[in-house]
Design a protein around this ligand. Structure first.
Ligand code: NAP
Ligand code: ZN
Ligand code: ZN
Length: 348
């Protein structure tokens, strides 16, 4: 077994503290990665707080992993020692169902194997994530990070990047389309950059004007504070696509009414409490309400190439792992510009 150092949460809502554990020796198709950076996603916070139910402890969070291959199994053909790689939200899937065959492993019928807070395909071995110095992953679930993408700023693409890229592509964001992004956090700021690069007209709906200057620099065309109730009247019927990235429940009727005829709201934010809305908010303009979760391996690789071509990186604050609990509090307070990334050198 391979000894690993990291940070874990031992009970729901407890602090993260240093933790030693083991990972498997690489099997024939496994890649061992020295983790250099790991982003802090709001999903990490929901899960250590057990806000979605079913969390298991001790939990080493982290699914925005960037690092360097340090060892490969005997039959690994895609990766070599020294290459720059990433790992996102899942590390395996059933590999047999129709979504798996179609490269949509995130919708695997049996459920994909989450990078942490999950179990391996044996149904019992717990998985542990990227707030640690090493991870062992089957090569088919590893991403290649293009050379021009700086590793720390690429790490959050593994979740925040793909989570916005996938729905923007699926619902055809592009020239002539008006896209609104609700919430300028880790996910939201990637949505702004990607939608802008796709040629859409981009609006940010943020709860205050504090992030306006940053948002316009990222490529937004318009920016509104949702604390002003007048904007819901002013922007009514305006958008083709709205992506809701907010981590708490919102007044859905207000936001659905901002969609034009046949417009679609895509939910990617995963609040603890249920969302509710009135039927009229959909029927009176044949609107659609949809959801989307991360993206498959092939699409994640495509997203990395897209970001490389368009010089799209995450805006990050690097943090030592010893300050992860303070970083969590700042994320909860919407006070991060715009993703914390743990510098794993601090573990040594
Ligand atoms: P984040 O960085 O905390 O961003 C969330 C943003 O929501 C904040 O920056 C803030 O934007 C807004 N917000 C937060 N609290 C609010 C409040 N009380 N009222 C109004 N707006 C508020 O989080 P994230 O990492 O981007 O994740 C966002 C959500 O997506 C989380 O629920 C996470 O679990 C989920 N997620 C889903 C997927 C998926 O595949 N579907 C993947 C990753 C994450 P403003 O300051 O601009 O208002
Ligand atoms: Zn995430
Ligand atoms: Zn499957």
């Amino acid at each position: 077994m391979i000894p690993v150092y990291g940070y874990a949460c031992n009970q729901a809502k407890g602090p993260l503290t240093s933790y030693t554990f083991e990972r498997r020796e690489p099997r024939d198709h496994d890649v061992v990665i020295d983790i250099q950076y790991c982003g802090i996603c709001h999903s990490d916070i929901h899960q250590v707080s057990d806000e979605w139910g079913g969390s298991t402890f001790p939990m080493v969070p982290g699914h925005e992993i960037a690092g360097i291959v340090s060892q490969v199994g005997t039959n690994v053909s895609n990766y070599k020692v020294g290459e720059r790689v990433g790992v996102g939200c899942f590390v395996d899937a059933c590999r047999k169902c129709s979504p798996c065959h179609d490269g949509l492993e995130q919708y695997c019928i049996e459920g994909c194997t989450l990078t942490y807070n999950g179990v391996e395909r044996d149904g019992k071995t717990p998985t542990q994530g990227g707030y640690s110095n090493k991870i062992v992953v089957n090569e088919n679930y590893v991403l290649r990070i293009p050379n021009d993408l700086p590793l720390p700023r690429a790490a959050p693409l593994m979740c925040a990047g793909i989570t916005l890229y996938s729905p923007l592509m699926h619902w055809n964001a592009g020239p002539g389309k008006r896209v609104a992004i609700i919430g300028l956090g880790g996910l939201g700021h990637m949505g702004v950059k990607i939608a802008h690069a796709l040629g859409a007209e981009v609006t940010i709906l943020s709860h205050s004007l504090n992030k306006q200057e940053d948002g316009m620099r990222m490529g937004a065309d318009r920016f509104f504070a949702t604390s002003d109730p007048k904007i819901f009247e002013k922007l009514k019927g305006n958008y083709d696509i709205i992506i809701n990235t907010v981590s708490v429940e919102l007044d859905m009727n207000n936001y659905l009414n901002l969609l034009r005829l046949d417009g679609t709201m895509v939910i990617v934010g995963l609040p603890e409490k249920e969302l509710s809305f009135g039927a009229f908010s959909l029927t009176n303009a044949r609107r659609r309400l949809a959801g989307s979760v991360i993206g498959g391996i092939q699409e994640t690789q495509e997203m990395l190439e897209f970001c490389n071509r368009h010089n799209i990186y995450c805006d990050i604050e690097l943090t030592p792992i010893q300050e992860v609990n303070e970083a969590y509090q700042r994320v909860v307070n919407s006070d991060v510009k715009y993703r914390f990334v743990i510098d794993m050198k601090s573990l040594k």
